[in-house]
Write a protein that binds this ligand. Structure first.
Ligand code: HEM
Length: 213
């Protein structure tokens, strides 16, 4: 099996595991655990924040679970109508989760650095999904692909955050807040750089193929 195919397994495994993670909030009382234990009582009792939080985690989970399926060229060629349907579910999920994410980012634990880190991520997540959708409405497949690569790299911040956070929190700082401050940026900036590298490699390949035709 080719290496590029093998590298799909950890990618898909992580997307599925973290995509299912928000279910914990439906089945376990999380008020005294993890992130929610850092929140003031009045925020936890706010219906608006509570609703936004649940919209964010539920649709964020759906985005992670559905997004990776869209990158397989085989599936796209064979089941185009499924690609379109799953694509619409993905776009709706990111749209709702990013808007809710922008709101809950104002109340992020850790101060202004985290408000900005998560806030900018939510804005870019929203803009890139709109760009991806607008470009496919114009039938511009190359642009659609590029914007979707950027967008899913940002969706994947939910995964990378949960890889970086224990590393910084348990091994480097032995403290949650300083780790969380770094990770609110580290979870998405490198992802976006990797997305740009993938996009430029694809463009170079397409350029080469066009020249050798
Ligand atoms: C990529 C854009 C995303 C942004 C901007 C974002 C933003 C945020 C923010 C601001 C919080 C609250 C942090 C705090 O109050 O300190 C949060 C928490 C959370 N988010 Fe996201 N998020 C994103 C993606 C996702 C995705 C794709 C999922 C799907 C699994 C997700 C699931 C969660 C969960 C479960 C929490 C609760 C914290 C925890 O239990 O770890 N987020 N997010």
């Amino acid at each position: 099996m080719k290496l590029s195919k093998l590298s799909w397994f950890p990618f898909v495994f992580l997307a599925v595991i973290i995509g299912l993670y928000p279910l914990i909030y439906y089945f376990v009382d999380m008020q005294n655990n993890g992130l929610l234990s850092t929140k003031p009582r009045e925020l936890l009792n706010s219906t608006v924040w509570h609703t936004a939080f649940y919209i964010h985690i539920t649709f964020g989970g759906i985005a992670l679970l559905t997004g990776w399926t869209q990158f397989s060229q085989k599936l796209r060629n064979r089941y185009l109508s499924t690609h379109r349907l799953v694509g619409k579910i993905y776009v709706t999920a990111v749209f709702l989760s990013s808007l809710a994410g922008m709101f809950i980012a104002f109340f992020a634990t850790g101060g202004i650095g985290n408000v900005l880190g998560f806030g900018i991520l939510a804005i870019l997540w929203f803009i890139t999904v709109i760009k991806a959708y607008a470009s496919i409405l114009k039938r511009d497949i190359n642009q659609h692909e590029s914007w979707m690569i950027r967008n899913y790299a940002l969706t994947f911040a939910a995964v990378t955050l949960r890889i970086w956070l224990p590393l910084f929190s348990d091994i480097i700082f032995h403290d949650f807040i300083p780790a969380y401050r770094i990770v609110s940026w580290l979870c998405w900036v490198p992802n976006l750089i990797i997305a740009e590298i993938i996009i430029s490699k694809r463009l170079q390949k397409a350029d080469y193929a066009a020249k050798t035709l």
